[in-house]
Design a protein around this ligand. Sequence first.
Ligand SMILES: NC(=O)c1ccc[n+]([C@@H]2O[C@H](COP(=O)([O-])OP(=O)(O)OC[C@H]3O[C@@H](n4cnc5c(N)ncnc54)[C@H](O)[C@@H]3O)[C@@H](O)[C@H]2O)c1
Length: 290
Amino acid sequence: MAVAVVTGGASGFGLALGERCAARGMDVVLADLDRDRATAEAARVAQVHAVEVIGMHTDVADQSSVAAAAMAVEERFGVADLVASNVGVQLFGSIERFTDDEWQWLLDVNVIGSARVARAFLPLLRRAPRGRLAFTTSSSILDPASRLGAYQASKFAVWGLAETLRLELADDGIGVSVIFPSGMMSRHLETSEAAQPSHLRRPIADEGDFEAMVASNPGMAAGIATPEDAARGVIEAVMADEPYVITHGDLVASVRERLSTLTEAAERAATAASQAEQGAAARSQLGPER
Ligand SMILES: NC(=O)c1ccc[n+]([C@@H]2O[C@H](COP(=O)([O-])OP(=O)(O)OC[C@H]3O[C@@H](n4cnc5c(N)ncnc54)[C@H](O)[C@@H]3O)[C@@H](O)[C@H]2O)c1
């Protein structure tokens, strides 16, 4: 029986991913900061899908907690076929108002937390016939909005982490996918607030943040999906080793525009390089300068 591990698996998108894995007959580990919810949801999903589901307390911001989760999975199953690093906390604000403490919290949970999960579970993924590692980012890095700067920076970093891992794990046959969900009706703001360390404790969003976000990117408020709808087809895409999985929303125009602007920049650099090369070749044919 294949085994899936989902961090942030007690709620929202992570829970929906876990449930999709269970529906495919996989045993599932829901690893989450919220132990009670993870345990309750595990019991429910196990009953519905007749597979083994374990709810486990895990804090991705704590190296020893992540290592303990990997050890528990090793003891129970000996392998992980799919690891979905899905935890991400949110904090709104303009870039100039973010304190160092706020940056450190967000980057520690979202970025280093993803790296901790990958590091701890890679030995178990290597034991699977075709291990799969997936990272939940956000469509807002394909089509950014204001007031989400720290969050978007963290999700860009997770994307960078995934791109590097894909290269580093190619010889191991472990596929790495980046998942880009658009807006979902979840408990994200509530759980992000609950997850804040005691020295932060500020509202996740201030008055005016949502308005400024939507004013900068009106598409943000459109096409909000349920986590269950967003998760549909994602596990199949990850198992098929698709590098990028966009769950919902219409991002075609923004992705195309960014790609074409980037392509133009790359073409300008390539043209300048070839002109410099031709110039050097022409100078060398003229012989030594006097
Ligand atoms: N909700 C959205 O609109 C949206 C859009 C794009 C991307 N996302 C991303 O989807 C992912 C899941 O978010 P969601 O919307 O399902 O939210 P959610 O609040 O429903 O679920 C997040 C889960 O993560 C857990 N969690 C928080 N901090 C943790 C920690 N340090 N260690 C372990 N677990 C922790 C929470 O307890 C919660 O159960 C996140 O990475 C989020 O950034 C969400």
